[in-house]
Ligand binder design. Structure first.
Ligand code: 48H
Length: 259
């Protein structure tokens, strides 16, 4: 016999426990696209306590859509070496290109992150940051995405961490909050502000993405497409190697800082 009330209790108790256990962690990642997923797995594997907030129902970001909804991803040699670790099948295409299934990639990266100990909260939007008295970022403020979409007046709650990663893609939503709300905030960019993404040039865009993956404001790191949006990098279209390498790089920077 199945008891509907027991089923409800199981869900409520288990979810509440997840929230309580994760209010104070080492790293919070905003955004579950390829960059956020890769970073989360590497950080958790290094022994750090990591949570990831994804505003949509599913993780994956722009990856499932491949290029114009053709659900394939293209990566270059350096990124292939990383995807090999996740047992993601890739076929060589001409010199230095590899092609694979975007859904296989998202599924395997997600499973590996969860297996490494990352706690993923989906359908939750990061809408603000928590700061200390010196305006350093020390966590995030979140709300249900459904509340945000419905524009309901519902106050959010706060999670604390030693580092925050903005992996929200083109919109660099967390960095935008910092620039909007912290008086006189200066980013670690050429102009001190958000420089904005440039038009397509895959070669330069991918290179700049790796170079400018960094702590962009005290306590706040950028990874993936958010990097080019903040640092004024060229977009690169449906080649995902840079996102993977950027996710790995941000994890290495944070591990070095926190360990
Ligand atoms: C919680 C949020 C919030 C928020 C957004 O867009 P993504 O796939 O980002 P990356 O950087 O991992 O990968 C970029 C790649 O997909 C891409 O767009 C490329 C290569 N473009 C090149 C080009 O030329 O166009 O994932 C970001 C994720 C998404 O799932 C969002 O839903 C999520 O972040 N997100 N999650 N709180 N405030 N904002």
């Amino acid at each position: 016999m199945l008891d509907e009330i027991v089923i409800s209790k199981a869900i409520i108790e288990s979810y509440m426990k997840d929230l309580m256990d994760n209010l104070d962690v080492d790293v919070i990642i905003a955004g579950g696209g390829p960059a956020g997923l890769i970073a989360s797995e590497a950080l958790a594997k290094a022994g750090l306590k990591v949570i990831l907030f994804e505003k949509k129902l599913n993780v994956g970001g722009g990856m499932p859509g491949g290029g114009i909804l053709f659900n394939k991803i293209v990566v270059q040699e350096e990124a292939k070496k990383i995807l090999d670790e996740f047992n993601i099948k890739l076929e060589k295409y001409q010199e230095n290109y590899y092609i694979g299934e975007s859904l296989e990639c998202v599924s395997k990266l997600t499973a590996a992150a969860i297996d490494a100990g990352v706690k993923i909260f989906n359908a939750i939007s990061v809408e603000d940051v928590k700061i200390d008295k010196d305006f350093k970022v020390t966590g995030v403020v979140i709300n249900w995405s459904a509340v945000v979409v419905a524009k309901l007046h519902v106050d959010p709650i706060t999670f604390q961490s030693r580092a925050v990663i903005d992996a929200t893609g083109h919109d660099c939503e967390v960095v935008k909050v910092v620039m909007k709300k912290i008086p006189g905030a200066k980013l670690n960019t050429k102009t001190g502000g958000i420089m904005g993404e440039l038009p397509m040039h895959a070669e330069i865009g991918e290179k700049l993405l790796i170079e400018t993956t960094k702590e962009v404001y005290p306590g706040l790191y950028i990874a993936g497409m958010a990097v080019n949006a903040v640092s004024g990098g060229q977009r690169m279209g449906p080649i995902f190697g840079g996102m993977i390498l950027s996710g790995r790089k941000v994890a290495e920077l944070i591990i070095e800082k926190l360990k």
